[in-house]
Every structure is written in structure tokens, then in C-alpha cells.
Design a protein around this ligand. Structure first.
Ligand SMILES: C[S@@+](CC[C@H](N)C(=O)[O-])C[C@H]1O[C@@H](n2cnc3c(N)ncnc32)[C@H](O)[C@@H]1O
Length: 243
């Protein structure tokens, strides 16, 4: 099959779903050729599809002004908006920003590696495996540092990752990482829909101890870790508190 590069493919399939209800089969292709399934497109678009653990962690911890980093089409912000003071979304994709704004959400277009809006949130969200979004551990440390400067003590980061140490297939992949000097948990993948592929990019999966190490180095402390029962991704949510 001849592959066709399509920029911002994930956002395009979200747009297509929002406009037509069509749900194409999506996956992530790892550089070793493996295709990893992901939640399907409606999960990322419809607030009604939040998982039970997402609701639990949000209800328990989200408060005040909430900065939703990498907000996508805004499913989490729109679920949360009635219960908090304000939500502010940030995404680097203008297509995603438009989808979220159509839900009436205040959104900034920004790449988290370059800029964050001048706000002072009490809660920061990194949902949708968002701890991995900045790329590698050094990049996440920079984001933690930037979030530290814009928050007060007691502010929380609530985010999600997949524990890479619990899955035998991932352990094999990570053995390769270690042999070439990359950290355990680094994934190089591209988003794929049939013959359409986006660009290769790095996304980290953290075990909670690794996340805790980076948090401690940047003025944050792990407050709670909640694993999702029966998750095929070994997903968990970590809540970090600003010191
Ligand atoms: C897997 S989706 C998750 C969306 C949302 N957090 C959720 O849980 O439904 C990742 C989102 O992060 C955005 N993103 C990726 N890298 C980013 C960056 N460097 N800065 C801002 N947004 C980014 C993508 O455009 C996409 O909308």
C-alpha cells in the first residue's frame, strides 16, 4: 500500500467525525512496524465518552482555573467547565483549537514547548497520555518548570501516562531503547489511518517513579497515583502538587 503523508491527521479525522459522524480505524505505527490501537475518534471528541477513572480523578482534584494542555477537541474541558471557575485550553493544532472553540471553550493556540498563556491556574491537565506529549524527559522537565513559574504552591497537575514496565511487548521495545542510549518508555511513532500517515514523533510513556523523579527536580511532588482497572494500555493518572 502506498502511504500518503497528511499533516495534522489526527485533527483532520476529528474534524471529519464532528462534521459527518464517520469513524475511521486509527492507530499508531511504531518504528518497529507494530500498529498500536488507540481509543477511537469519538472518544477524543465527545465529552460523553469520558472513562470512569477520568471522571473520578477530575471530581476529586480539579478546581479553580483549569489549564487544559493539549486539549484537542476539548472533551475534558467541556465535561469539567460547569464545575470549576474557568477552563482555558491550549493546543498547537489550529484545527483542534477550532473544534474546541465550537464547544464555546476559551482556547489558545500554542506549542507547549514554546509558550503557555499568561494565566495562573490552580489545576493543569495533561490528559490523553499527556505527560508524554512534550516528547522526551528533558522536554517534560521544561514544561514542569514553566508550569511551576506560573502557579502558586498547592496547584496541581493532573495527567495521564501508560506504565511501560508492565507490558512484555513494551519491555522488548525498551530493551532496544536502552541498547541505543534512549530512556525506557520512549516511543517513536506516527499516527496512521489506512494509507494516510502523519510525521514520526517521539512520545514518552513514564512509570510513576520516573515521573516522580522529574517532578521532584522541578518543584512538584507526587500526591496520588491511580491505575485504571483492566486497562490494555496500563494507563494511570498521576496528580502532582506544586511545592
Ligand atoms: C492524544 S490528544 C489528547 C487530547 C486531549 N488532551 C484529550 O485527552 O482528549 C493530544 C493533543 O495534544 C496536542 N499536542 C501535541 N503536541 C503538542 C504541543 N507540543 N503543544 C500543544 N499541544 C500539543 C495535539 O494537537 C492533540 O490535540
Amino acid at each position: 500500500m502506498a502511504l500518503r503523508f497528511t499533516d495534522d491527521l489526527f485533527a483532520r479525522v476529528c474534524e471529519q467525525y464532528a462534521a459527518t459522524g464517520k469513524v475511521p480505524e486509527t492507530s499508531y505505527e511504531l518504528e518497529d512496524g507494530r500498529l498500536i490501537p488507540d481509543y477511537q475518534v469519538p472518544f477524543y471528541v465527545d465529552a460523553s465518552q469520558l472513562r470512569d477513572l477520568e471522571k473520578v480523578v477530575l471530581a476529586r482534584h480539579a478546581r479553580g482555573t483549569v489549564l487544559d494542555v493539549g486539549c484537542g477537541p476539548g472533551r475534558v474541558s467541556s465535561w469539567l467547565a460547569p464545575t470549576v471557575d474557568a477552563t482555558i485550553g491550549v493546543d498547537k493544532s489550529w484545527r483542534m483549537c477550532e473544534l474546541a472553540m465550537r464547544k464555546g471553550l476559551p482556547i489558545y493556540r500554542a506549542d507547549v514547548a514554546e509558550a503557555l498563556p499568561r494565566v495562573r491556574p490552580q489545576t493543569v491537565l495533561l490528559f490523553g497520555n499527556g505527560f508524554g506529549m512534550p516528547g522526551d524527559p528533558q522536554a517534560l522537565k521544561q514544561v514542569f518548570g514553566a508550569l511551576h513559574t506560573m502557579t502558586a504552591p498547592g496547584a496541581l497537575i493532573i495527567g495521564e501516562s501508560n506504565d511501560p514496565t508492565l507490558n512484555p511487548l513494551e519491555q522488548k521495545y525498551d530493551a532496544n531503547n536502552v541498547s541505543r542510549g534512549d530512556p525506557v518508555g520512549l516511543r517513536r511513532w506516527r499516527f496512521r489511518v489506512g494509507e494516510r500517515v502523519d510525521h514520526w514523533h517521539a512520545w514518552m510513556q513514564y512509570k510513576p517513579e520516573h515521573l516522580d523523579e522529574l517532578a521532584n527536580q522541578t518543584g512538584w511532588r507526587t500526591k496520588e497515583v491511580l491505575y485504571e482497572k483492566d486497562s490494555i494500555f496500563n494507563a494511570y493518572f498521576a496528580v502532582l502538587e506544586r511545592q
